[in-house]
Design a protein around this ligand. Structure first.
Ligand SMILES: [Zn+2]
Length: 297
């Protein structure tokens, strides 16, 4: 059994996630893990990946633009296509072994070129040969272990896995929105041009859950933390002609350099727009949002 090496990989990957977050670059996954001077790739060219150093696969990759329609079958379980049409193809057989032996795997969901949303551990919990698909469930492995919770009741374990998978789905959607919006704006703040991605957010123009509040690039703005909060609180507004407006009462305030240079001096500046015209913020949404800003003034 390859358990010690598998756990060493998991520990290393959890460290990467704690530093960089759940979205990791291909290069980190493909050449970041080394043991005894040897690199072990954590993803391959195909969906189910077994490095030669391990007895069983280490990861499964979902690519929404790939040839398989991998995605979430419900809110709480991941549907995963077999490799090819032969249920007994060796990689499918190995994944089935992972199910029988309860072997933990890494789930990688491709967000954009070279970037993957990473979650571990996941388990294969179902096999549907008639549909050529496996079912995958996520688990909050570390948190559960840290809390010392031992789940023995299969029903409870099943519910916890479904719940964890739903959380993965939500975080995956948030991360996807963030990556696509930041990428569209070449990773800078649309108001002040700040370029540190760790200080940038993907702000919604129309809030999630409201009418027109879809997680699309045209409903997003790449904003630094301070301008995101100022935008959310109607201290800063953006008119449909892409001009930045600072609320009137704020313009007359006297305070330190953050207010003066960070906020007041942005008034009447042009918004810094995405590289591609098709990703420009939607004017209808900006208009609707700007009404709220005017009312707040
Ligand atoms: Zn900014």
């Amino acid at each position: 059994m390859d358990t010690p090496l598998r756990l060493a990989i998991f520990e290393w990957l959890n460290q990467q996630i704690s530093v960089y977050g759940n979205v990791l670059h291909f290069n980190v996954l493909n050449s970041g893990f080394k043991i005894n001077g040897e690199i072990i790739h954590l993803l391959g060219s195909k969906g189910i990946w077994k490095p030669k150093q391990l007895d069983y696969p280490i990861s499964v990759v979902s690519d929404p633009n790939g040839i398989y329609d991998d995605g979430f079958i419900t809110d709480s379980l991941i549907s995963y296509s077999y490799e090819g049409k032969n249920p007994n193809y060796w990689t499918n057989q190995l994944l089935r072994d992972c199910m029988m032996k309860n072997i933990p795997l890494i789930y990688l969901h491709k967000i954009t070129k070279g970037k993957y949303y990473v979650h571990l551990p996941v388990y294969i919990v179902g096999d549907k040969p008639e549909r050529l698909k496996f079912t995958i469930a996520a688990e909050q492995g570390i948190k559960t272990q840290e809390a010392g919770i031992i789940i023995q009741d299969p029903e409870e374990k099943y519910l916890i896995r479904r719940y964890s998978t739903r959380e993965v789905k939500q975080r995956l959607h948030q991360s996807t929105f963030r990556e696509l919006v930041l990428d569209a704006y070449r990773e800078h703040c649309a108001i002040c041009n700040l370029k540190h991605r760790e200080l940038l957010d993907a702000a919604h123009i129309i809030g999630d859950g409201e009418e027109l509040g879809h997680p699309v690039i045209q409903n997003g703005l790449s904003l630094c933390k301070i301008h995101h909060a100022a935008f959310d609180n109607h201290i800063i507004g953006i008119s449909p002609d892409y001009v930045v407006h600072v609320r009137e009462d704020i313009l007359h305030e006297i305070d330190g350099p953050m207010l003066k240079y960070g906020i007041q001096s942005m008034d009447k500046n042009k918004l810094i727009l995405p590289k591609s015209h098709k990703h420009y913020p939607d004017k209808e949404r900006l208009d609707k949002r700007f009404e709220g800003f005017m009312k707040a003034g």
